[in-house]
Structure formats: C-alpha cells, structure tokens
Design a protein around this ligand. Sequence first.
Ligand code: SF4
Length: 339
Amino acid sequence: MDQKVSPEYIQTSLAASLTLGFQQGSFHRNAKLKGLNLLLHYDEGCLGRCHFCGLSRSRREGPKGKTFIRVDWPLYPLEEIIERIKGKDQIHRVCLSMITHPKALEDTVFVIDKLRKETDLPISVLISPTLILHDDSLAAMKRAGADRVGIAIDAATPELFDQLRGKGVGGPHQWDHYWDVTRMAVSVFGRFYVGIHLIVGLGETEKEMVDAVQKGQNVGAYTHLFSFFPEIGSPMEKHSPPPLGQYRRIQLARWVINEGLGSASQMTFDEGGRLIDFGRNIESLIRSGEPFMTSGCPGRDGKVACNRPYGNERPSEPIRNFPFMPEREDIEEIKKQLE
Ligand code: SF4
C-alpha cells in the first residue's frame, strides 16, 4: 500500500492550500498570504507531547484530523506543490516545518534542496531542536539552500517550558537545549538570521515574556510572536487566549526591543509583572501600526513575508497579528485595546 508520507508528500497550511488553488475560498479583508508554510508528515506523527499544540501525541484527534496553529493542514504531493509555487508572484518565502520524528532531519535537507533547485524563493526552516545534536545538521540545511531558521521555544520561562513541553507532560524537549541550539543556529546562519517563536498567554507574566524577547535579542535572534489559541482536543482546549491589551503591550515591547529602540531593562512593570512603562514614547509607534503586524521571516524586500493570516484567531474576532498594514480604524481599535 502506498503511504502518503514525507518527503514525497507534505502538508500545507489551509491558507497555502487556498493560495495555490488546491481548495477554493477567499480571505477575510482580502489578506494575501506571502509566506508558504509546509509541514513534514509521517503516520506516527510528532513525538512531542506539548500541551498546547495541535500536533501533540497527547491530543484527541477530531473528525477532520489534527489542526495546527488553528487551521487544517491538508496533505499534497511535494512535486505538485512545487509546480503550483512557480509563477506565484505573491509568495515571497517558503518555510518548512520539521516535526520531532527520526526521519525529519534527512527529509528536511532533501526538501530544501528540491525547493532550492526548482524555485527561486528564500527558504526558512522551523527546526526541531530536540533532533539537533551538532551544528553539522544546521550546516547541511544551509548548504542545501535555507537562509533562515526558526526555533519554536514557545513558552517564555524554563518552568512553563518544562511543565507544558518537557518533564511535566512526559515530553522530550528541554529548555536549555532549545537555547543552546538557538546559539548554534546563530553561529551557522548569522546574527538575526534566526528567529524564536514565543506564544503569549501560556501562563507567563508580561515581564517574563519581555525578558524572553530580550534574551533572544541578546543571542542574535528576533522574536516571532504568536497569541495562544486553544486547539480543540488538546489538553489546553479550555485555556483562554490572552487578553487583547496584554497581547498589544507585548507586541509593542517586542517591536521596541527587536528594532533596537530600547530594552527590557528600561521598561517598568507593576508587582504583578504587567508592563506599565516602555521607557520611551510609544505614541508614534502605535500610530505607525507596524508593531501590530505579524512578526516573521522577511522576503527579498526586507518586509515580513511570513504573515500567517488568521493563524491566531477566527476571522470574526479582532485581528491579533495584522497580515497587512492596519488601517486608521484598526489603529483606533488598538488604542482602545491598549487602554
Ligand atoms: S516566522 Fe514564519 S517563516 Fe520564519 S521560521 Fe517562523 S513560521 Fe517559518
């Protein structure tokens, strides 16, 4: 029996599937997907047990299969995806996500090499640090043609990481190893060619999140922010997303730190760890709208290509990561949310 597994088959995000014409549908407010996300697929799935993740082994599977970052990930032949990417000018980058599986390293290099040879798109890899023991694996990805690396640290503190991804859930991941691999990736790909993913709303304080963003900045990694969204069937399905005000403050703080406009040590927090002063005037930053756009790897024009439309909320809810420049009415809403 033919198995539909990587590297011959690969999953795409629902947004990518629509953009490549595998499925029909339109995007709320005409958002345009600019970064194409691909995900390795194996029958055994991911060996991780992360409490909040849609791909976790600890998740009950729904009738439509597993969702990940809020949406379905349909499976298609890699060859066909590559054919459909060709000539799609709206796509500015492709990102290949590994999962924690013994075949993932080898297949990642194979898929990068194929994408490099058959398209002219810059390639990011969202790596699985638990599989990476030496910098040779990262060097092989770079040689094959990847120019950037993402590392999903997700939880902002060692305690939360351990509790939600490590020992607390019988999972294989370790906080110190994730940061060691982040440093290793910076040494192979260069400062700020690496990004860490952090998820706001897993139980951390605002101070703890801002400190994690600063830690990334200090080692040479930008932060790509996500807002927690409860995946149905995951052990955290009943946990609420973070309040909008909290998410907006963290977006602003991330912007200040990653743009080199200030640092965590200049910011002030109350006794509950809530951010109350950014250490600089933020009026013009809010008016610009840019801090509230999706943070992710850039395309050739230097602007964010990984814009993940509606990856953090339902289209009927307030947009958390804007996949386009917020308009005047959006900024007015954001100001209210910040109050
Ligand atoms: S920000 Fe986007 S393109 Fe970059 S590693 Fe993360 S998912 Fe991939």
